[in-house]
Design a protein around this ligand. Sequence first.
Ligand SMILES: [Zn+2]
Length: 198
Amino acid sequence: MYSPSIKKLIEEFSKLPGVGPRAAARIVFYLIKKDAASSSRLAAAIIDLKKEVKTCRLCFNVYESEKEICAICADPKRNKDVLCVVASETDLASIEKLKTYRGLYFVLGGLRSGFKSSQDRFLRTAELSKTIGANKALREVILALNPTSEGQSTIIFLEGLLKPCGVKISRLALGIPFGGELEYADEDTLNSALEGRK
Ligand SMILES: [Zn+2]
């Protein structure tokens, strides 16, 4: 029922996380009403994103600079003896915003879906083992994953994987309710979960 250009853009927006076909249609009709300049700015911002944003080869966080690695990995003042494993870049941002954690990070790229192993190939588990193996100063790995069944499944999996490395493996303390997500936890809750890790 929609014309080809409208249909095509609705299809593209529908592929975005958290955007269904109805929301996608609303965005498209919003853009039709706006002037050409605002559509150009949006298109240019998307193109710049792909051009400018790089993925750090050590922690897999995204960054924007001429440097080889991200600012956190390159910072000599960060503690090299502790590595915080997070599922996503947004979880890393939530912890970094607390300004209390001064160690390094590793972005896993997702969580295991339940107890199925079909999603495992999307997780950077081989890269994590490599990063841990290469860091001789490392003493502790914090598994800062969501207290959901996916998070728990991933924690159990990683504990098994990392056991031979001989470093201390800790999890966040309770505080974030089961089923909750790090990204939406308030700062005090997240901070005490991190401080009280065991
Ligand atoms: Zn990095």
